[in-house]
Design a protein around this ligand. Structure first.
Ligand code: ZN
Ligand code: ZN
Ligand code: FE
Length: 761
């Protein structure tokens, strides 16, 4: 008899790993134990060497889908006297946090059971230890059935036998249920209720095929669905839900179908098929209804992740449906049946409800592969509440985030727990979701904030919320937070060159920043250089009307002479609108100064005639990016002194427009200019300060062309480059940066205190 100690590192907690180890150990007649520890799972096994080897092989080969093994370390040890194999009780209660798993897409074994197990034939709530709802149904810790919204469904005898049998795939699967005892769907249509599942699913399929809109209760909230090839249905959906001009996400039948519509890369395929099943931004090959992608060459696609989705596609003759958040305009995704009936009822042709409550709201997450890495654009379903492991102590800190695509973040020990995507904190409904979620996170993770950190902008609802708590607060500059967010992701705690490009963020000088080069560490920053200030006529209104930024840049560059330029876009702007704007700039009326990169993109998009009015956030930069001519290497001139003079870029763009150069080429040249500015500014700062690590973050780095070229170019120039992967580059990542900055400042303060005490002694 031999014995081995095995340490499995990686993402192995809260994903049914210990019962899995138990099962394979018992099946190989091994004795010993398994336990969770700080770095993963520890195992001691003893028995026959051959069995032990098969056991070790199975660890890697058969691991639960939601787990990720980064290392398996095996050492020989002395056999002990064990009667059997058992799961050691955990000693540490802080471990409970990691037990809150994100939601997991239905697994293959369950899909199989759905065809074979008599009590689960076509059962749309099937799940097991390896899959199913988690975060969205949890009320409190420890994660046990009575503390989830499955509490309302007492297990039948069969389910309960499976639940208690450690050799069963459903051992301690808290949401376990079947046709006899679990939640059920109901289809509400024209005042009728259909409750027989087979006819629910068939009716739903027929309705969608005929161009109707269906509201469906999903995992983290309601969806609205319709035929993605039916332009009339898609347009009706857009009008009904009062949705802005953003593209809609779609769900494809399967990976083969995705390949028909997109040029799928290997990395994209991997993301689509992962247990997290995010929306992945793909390159379109074949058109969906024009109202889905609204002129973009990308498709936000995902694959079925609920049993319901699979069952629906079995009945549907369509290969792809629009599947968009069930909400009205910018309000949070609806999760309650009653609200769905009230608000989604009038905008849909039928509602598919179920009686399992959603406790934690979670939108679909969004990923885009850039430079071969999957970058999170929206971190929500199936990521939350997985903690981000940090190198510094963040306990007791609450970071409130910014305004747009808000997320908040709480600190627990050395872990940061980011909230799900909350949304744009601009209306009462979103604010309510925000405050309610902070309350729930505090309770769920047993965290009482003692230090609150918020954006420098005092008028953000998140900043007001922070001030209203009556606790110690810290205000943090927006772009410093962007950089710190990426530093936290990589565990960087030293001086770096930080590049932060985005739409808007308040600067320490009262102006609106957004094209920033900084020298910073986690606690402090120094602004090195930035895009020349230019007036932002009408303040926020300028973000919706890129023509305003175009005019502002033209006036800054040419003065009154700009009127002599032959720029077609100017003809579309009413003379009086132009006159009012000129006057406003002259007398400095509601024209804050900005260094924003996003606004520069706006200006170029408008001058080149591509986008004068934005129908959704960041439309102009996105359109500009989507038409870049591949292979174009030219760029416009610029100069870097104290600040970055963008005048020559505007001159270059105007010259090209007047000469009738294609917009796609102008776009490429403009993008190349921005990339070259990055190279030049970084070289200059590095030469002066000797710093070789570069961190880039901010919404503009969701631009694939800029990020890829800047990342590769700087790397080739010998810099160590860090860019966001697991944390959004947009304002959804701000809270993590705020948390890290607050922690670093607290550490510094405590350090000086200790120093003071020591000096006294
Ligand atoms: Zn399963
Ligand atoms: Zn049952
Ligand atoms: Fe930002």
């Amino acid at each position: 008899m031999q014995a081995k100690k095995i340490q499995v590192q990686g993402l192995v907690q809260g994903v049914g790993f210990r019962p899995f180890i138990y099962r394979i150990a018992v099946s190989q007649c091994l004795k010993g134990w398994v336990e969770n520890n700080n770095e993963g799972v520890n195992i001691l096994v003893q028995g026959d060497l051959k069995n032990m080897n098969s056991f070790i092989q199975s660890i890697q080969a058969e691991a639960p889908e939601a787990s990720h093994i980064s290392a398996v370390k095996i050492t020989d040890t002395r056999p002990g006297s064990f009667k059997d194999f058992f799961i050691k009780k955990s000693k540490d209660s802080s471990e409970e946090i990691t037990e809150v798993s994100p939601d997991i897409a239905v697994c293959d074994a369950c899909l199989q059971d759905m065809k074979e197990q008599p009590h689960r034939i076509d059962y749309p709530f099937i799940n097991c230890t390896n899959c199913g709802p988690r975060f969205t149904i949890i009320r409190d810790l420890p994660y046990d059935r009575p503390k989830t919204s499955m509490q309302a469904f007492p297990m039948c005898e069969k389910c309960s036998a499976e639940y208690s049998n450690i050799l069963d795939r459903r051992f301690h699967a808290q949401p376990v249920a079947c046709n006899h005892c679990g939640p059920v769907y109901e289809l509400h249509i024209d005042g009728r209720v259909v409750s027989e599942f087979d006819s629910i699913i068939k009716t739903t399929a027929r309705l969608i095929e005929k161009g109707n809109i269906i509201a469906m209760k999903g995992l983290g909230g309601f969806h609205l669905a319709c035929d993605a090839l039916n332009e009339e249905a898609v347009n009706k959906l857009r009008i009904n839900k009062n949705r802005d001009g953003k593209p809609f996400a779609v769900m494809f039948r399967n990976i083969e179908t995705v390949k028909k519509y997109t040029s799928l890369t290997e990395n994209e395929e991997k993301e689509l098929l992962s247990w997290r099943r995010p929306i992945v931004l793909l390159t379109a090959e074949k058109d969906l209804a024009p109202g889905v992608s609204v002129g973009f060459n990308t498709i936000g696609g995902m694959l079925p992740y609920l049993p319901l989705h699979y069952l629906l596609f079995e009945q549907l003759e369509l290969d792809v449906i629009v599947l968009t958040s069930g909400n009205i305009a910018d309000e949070p995704i609806i999760i309650e049946n009653q609200q769905a009936t009230e608000f989604l009822g009038p905008v849909s042709d039928a509602i598919l409800l179920n009686n399992r409550d959603i406790y934690m709201r979670a939108d679909d997450s969004i990923v885009r592969i850039i430079n071969k890495k999957p970058r999170l654009i929206r971190r929500s379903r199936s990521w939350v509440p997985r903690p981000v492991k940090l190198k510094l102590e963040v306990d007791g800190i609450l970071a409130c985030g910014a305004e747009l695509v808000n997320c908040f973040c709480i600190g627990k020990g050395k872990q940061a727990i980011l909230s799900q995507h909350i949304g744009d904190l601009k209306n009462a409904e979103t604010l309510e979701f925000y405050t309610e979620s902070i309350g729930r996170f505090k309770r769920l993770f047993r965290m009482e904030p003692e230090l609150v950190v918020h954006d420098l902008h005092p008028d953000y609802l998140s900043s007001r919320y922070a001030s209203g708590l009556g606790l110690k607060t810290i205000a943090v500059q927006h772009h410093h937070a962007h950089i710190a967010s990426c530093m936290a992701e990589y565990g960087i705690d030293e001086k770096v060159i930080g590049i932060s490009f985005d739409g808007v963020g308040l600067g320490t000088d009262g102006h609106i920043w957004g094209g920033e080069f900084m020298l910073c560490d986690l606690a402090t920053f120094e602004r090195m250089t930035f895009f020349d200030y230019v007036p932002m006529p009408g303040g926020d209104q300028a973000t919706k009307e890129p023509w305003r930024m175009a005019l502002s840049y033209l006036i800054k560059t040419y003065g009154d002479e700009y009127k002599k330029l032959k720029l077609p876009f100017l003809k579309d702007i009413p003379d009086d609108a132009i006159a009012i704007l000129e006057q406003a700039i002259k007398i400095k009326l509601n024209t804050p100064l900005t260094s924003s990169a996003g606004r520069l993109f706006d200006a170029v998009a408008a001058i080149s005639g591509l986008c004068k009015h934005a129908s959704f956030h960041a439309e102009a930069p996105m359109r500009l990016e989507s038409i870049i001519e591949p292979g174009e290497e030219d760029h416009y001139a610029f100069s870097i002194g104290e600040t970055i003079n963008t005048g020559p870029i505007i001159e270059g763009v105007c010259r090209d427009v007047e000469q009738g150069i294609a917009v796609s080429r102008i776009s490429a040249r403009f993008h190349n200019s921005v990339i070259n500015i990055i190279f030049a500014a970084v070289e200059k700062i590095a030469a002066e300060y000797g710093v070789r690590k570069v961190v880039m973050s901010g919404g503009s780095f969701q631009n694939k062309y800029i990020l890829e070229h800047a990342e590769n170019g700087l790397t080739n120039r010998g810099f160590r480059v860090y860019t966001p992967v697991n944390i959004p580059a947009n304002d959804g990542g701000i809270a993590l940066g705020q948390l890290a900055i607050a922690a670093a400042r607290r550490r510094r303060e405590q350090g000086t205190e200790e120093q003071g005490i020591r000096n006294k002694e």
